[in-house]
Ligand binder design. Structure first.
Ligand code: HEM
Length: 551
């Protein structure tokens, strides 16, 4: 892997949809662009034959029965020609659909060159399992320094993302204790629930004030997305900093709204930066890069201010007997500071990442989930019945309430199957592997393509049906193939590098849906599919309007 110090790289390696390190990584090792075509793209149309296996292409290239890397079907020889075509046809926004079409044309594995970016794309769970077995602890690299004006941004990129291998893993395991382990989940569940209940209270007030119909039976049709973004930020802050920021109050702070905009800007400016080489970037991409870096600066400034406050509170609590004896949960930040196992720089960096990764990633799937529940009233009713029974039996025990309603978790999995926030999970295998009988050298960037995977009839029965019960715990219904369930639900990634905010996200979304379903019936005016667009994260082209009717 080339060093970021050698050349100024826009190291925006899309590892996942959240967190800086996810998106701001190093450069993928570049492979030559000269390849043997088993399938090619000409004039935007795929002319490939379906899978190399069926074509019998490249028999002479077989070594010991395994085909050469160069024989993998691809979408075009020149990364630059492909990039220009993508740019002209604005295909970046439809990258997920492009992948789906390309798998249909070329089979379950293909290569793609786009500007400086080369990848092998795969879709089958068995291949993803093989990739997973060969994943290493890859370094993440950030290359913001030359542009970032904020001291913390620079420090973050230098200090944290050059960490590597076992050193990185040791830090991650410490962080996991505060965000992934079940003891941590038990601690932060009430904080998430408080915010979810407040959201519903706010929504009930809105429906009561602005809705139509008689009192107690009013309905309101609205775009819930701005409120969902506020919910996601409020929930993240409560869990991470242990404090409420008052986004549901009558005068929410402009600072928080600016933070939401900064994350949006950071995400939206990422994809174009992925594919441009440094020189071109400096000439034509500079404004974009400046926007990107300044969005990060804003995110850091915001986090820095909160972290300072967290410190002050911690010292105040330590100083007061009540605080010390009370043992009150002070959020992830408080826990990390209290334990003191991570350095202050690492705490800051990780907390900032959690903040940057925790807003759009949950607010957007919640929009899709409300839409799917709205257009599938029978499914909605089944989930509601289960939630009601479980809520009644749990007697206020949140974990019990969620565990007793597996359809809620199924709803989240089903939503992320059809609308994965991050459309790919990427890995660089640390040893040579064989996928679809092709040799893949160590260090190649291999992407599991989640959008086409989730909609593939080879992997899921009746894939376009929204059916939370297909994820039943005893039997992964509606799933084909061996080891059903394994490597099919991958929205949070896998292995050591999987999403560190996973437990926060899952519980936050389930709790919100639970309270919404207990209070409202959901419907939509049209059951037509939502048009989607890819701006690093997959989102609706236009946020769906949902009708909330009081129950
Ligand atoms: C539905 C919601 C979410 C989805 C689908 C999602 C998805 C992902 C994916 C696919 C990755 C890369 C994993 C891999 O390469 O194996 C990732 C990484 C990450 N996510 Fe999430 N995420 C979500 C919510 C969150 C939340 C709420 C937070 C923070 C509170 C968060 C913070 C992070 C961070 C910091 C990383 C980088 C982890 C690392 O590389 O060590 N995510 N996420």
């Amino acid at each position: 892997m080339r060093s970021m110090n050698v050349h100024v790289t826009v190291g925006v390696r899309a590892r996942g949809p959240c967190g800086s390190g996810n998106m701001l990584g190093g450069v993928a090792p570049q492979r030559g662009l000269c390849v043997t075509a088993a399938g090619t793209v000409a004039h935007g149309k795929l002319e490939g034959r379906k899978g190399a296996e069926s074509t019998g292409v490249g028999k002479k290239g077989i070594h010991g029965g395994v085909r050469r890397f160069e024989e993998i079907p691809h979408t075009g020889r020149s990364g630059w020609v492909n990039l220009v075509k993508f740019w002209r046809e604005d295909r970046f926004r439809q990258l997920h659909k492009h992948m789906e079409r390309t798998f249909n044309a070329l089979g379950p594995i293909y290569r793609e060159h786009l500007g400086t970016h080369s990848s092998v794309n795969i879709i089958l769970p068995s291949d993803i399992a093989e990739l997973f077995r060969s994943e290493g602890l890859h370094p993440r690299r950030m290359t913001l320094q030359p542009w970032a004006t904020h001291r913390e941004t620079r420090q973050h990129s230098k200090g944290v993302f050059l960490k590597n291998g076992e050193e990185w893993r040791a830090d991650r395991l410490l962080l996991n204790k505060e965000v992934m382990m079940s003891a941590a989940v038990r601690r932060f569940l009430p904080l998430l629930d408080e915010v979810a209940m407040d959201f519903c209270r706010m929504l009930r007030g809105k429906v009561e004030r602005e809705g139509r119909g008689e009192e107690g039976k009013r309905s309101l049709t609205m775009d819930p997305s701005p409120d969902l973004f506020r919910f996601a930020l409020e929930a993240s802050c409560h869990v991470i900093y242990g404090e409420r920021i008052g986004l549901f109050s009558s005068s929410p702070s402009l600072e928080s709204q600016k933070f939401i905009w900064a994350v949006e800007r950071m995400l939206a400016t990422t994809p174009p930066l992925l594919y441009l080489p440094p020189r071109l970037l400096l000439r034509i991409g500079a404004p974009l890069w400046t926007q990107h870096a300044s969005a990060w600066d804003h995110i850091f400034t915001h986090a820095e201010a909160r972290i300072q406050r967290g410190y002050q509170r911690l010292f105040q609590t330590r100083g007061s007997e009540a605080g010390a004896a009370g043992g009150q949960y002070t959020g992830v930040l408080g826990q990390l500071m209290e334990k003191g196992q991570l350095s202050l720089d690492l705490i800051k960096a990780n907390v900032t990442e959690l903040m940057a990764g925790g807003v759009d990633t949950t607010a957007v799937p919640l929009q899709f989930a409300l839409f799917e529940l709205g257009r599938n009233p029978e499914v909605q009713e089944r989930v509601r019945q289960q939630v009601r029974a479980s809520w009644a039996q749990a007697g206020g025990d949140l974990q019990k309430a969620l565990q007793g309603a597996p359809l809620l978790k199924g709803t989240i999995k089903e939503t992320l199957r059809l609308y994965p926030v991050g459309t790919t999970v990427q890995r660089y295998p640390i040893k040579d592997i064989v996928l679809q009988n092709y040799h893949i050298p160590a260090g190649t960037m291999v992407q599991a393509c989640l959008y086409p995977l989730g909609r593939s009839a080879d992997v899921f029965e009746d894939p376009l049906r929204f059916d939370p019960s297909r994820w039943g715990s005893s039997r992964e219904e509606g799933q084909k193939g061996e080891g059903a369930g394994a490597f099919r639900s991958l929205a949070f990634g896998f292995g050591a590098r999987q999403c560190v905010g996973r437990r926060i996200a899952e519980n936050e979304m389930q709790l919100l849906l639970m309270h919404i379903l207990l209070s409202f019936h959901l419907s939509v005016s049209s059951s037509e599919d939502i048009k989607t667009t890819c701006t690093l994260i997959l989102q609706p082209e236009t946020p769906p309007r949902i009708t909330f009717s009081q129950l």
